[in-house]
Design a protein around this ligand. Sequence first.
Ligand SMILES: [Ca+2]
Ligand SMILES: [Ca+2]
Ligand SMILES: [Ca+2]
Length: 434
Amino acid sequence: MAEIWRTSNGISWEPVVQYGFLRTNGYIWRLTVYGNKLIAGTMNPFTGCEIWMSETGDFGTFEQMNIHGMDGAMSLPANLGAFIDRDDGPIVPWADQYGVRTVANYQGNLIVGTASWGDWVDRMLSQQTDGNWHDLSGYVGCEIWSTDGTLWTPPETVEVNKTVWDPVAQSWVHELEAPLGDTVRFRCEIKNIGLEDLTNIVVWDFLSHSLEYADDATIEPTCNVEDVLGFGTLLKWDLSSYTLTPGNSIVIKYDANVIEKEHKEVNFVFARGKCGSYWDYEWDYAVINPTLIPTVTSSNVTGVETDSFDLSEDVYCYAKNLPANRWVDIYVVKNNDTWEEGTVLIDVINGIETVKTQPDRSLQNTLIWESTLMQGSYDIVIDTNQNGKWNEGEPIDSLATTGFDAVPEFTTIAIPVAAILGLLFFFNRRKQRK
Ligand SMILES: [Ca+2]
Ligand SMILES: [Ca+2]
Ligand SMILES: [Ca+2]
């Protein structure tokens, strides 16, 4: 995000603005002096240009003096695909005035000329989409604004909070580790913290492609679900039938399945509304970290990891990091060290165990094979999605080695060995007698 630095000798520099004023300001597009104030005009294609001023130029002294996008207007209906030269994807409202393009100090007034991008997108898309003219420029164009420099403070209107349910901590959190195959529950709260009614509310929630919407949101009307060019899913709730009085909230909860595990996922929610005559927006995000690796471990009756069992022993197993509160099937299969996606599971004792995982994602010590065992080498598989096949991410004890061995007991091997030793002893004695 954009920064402003200053120096008094051209050698040593210090920052006076960092992180784009903590908003989505990508450029400081214009700097000027007006009165005794330092004025910074930004480019902010997401929510509209901003103008900040400081009377000293010191770090932390800048204050916003305009409404984002000059009047908060976000009426440009742009396809998300426009960002990658395509004319598809969900339509999102974009800031009409995205940048402070030029400034002048004229007759005591600060004059600002803005930039708008409808025409640019039209021309870009026209080239890329067989001359199709989308007429975004028909909605908006650049503007000139003038101010006497009175500081304008944006009112507080919307507050957005996005969290995800942590089944272990039993609380709503902003970041969660979740295993592949898990179902996570999101909560989006949109609160009116302003002094007037909040209307025209629209909520956009972006799920990246590692997450799959479970179509169970706790609000009416249902959301519009759109694919975002293979990057994920955009859930859009048009809540214009709601009027949110000051201090009140709308809460949307919904489930999503974790279907990929490669990336840390940042899931955004944006809410826009009109408070009195002022259009405002706010956003928040929750992070899903699909890094917990599920495991299953062969164990004995006391829950101690065991890899070798007498034929007269019972075999147990325990597991960790499974999807919470989920019915799963446990298979004991012949040892396999070259597992492939979709391998059919054949239980050696024809009696799979179907059990429910704990809220903390564990599976307590569970009896999976009652004696007498058959001699051999085995794997234990937890079929998390109960489809009778092994799927990527389902735990195995163990993938590339033997899960556990069932071996004859000491007494049954001991007798033949003692007999052989006895015979050798017998023959030796006979030899000596000769
Ligand atoms: Ca194996
Ligand atoms: Ca499976
Ligand atoms: Ca084992």
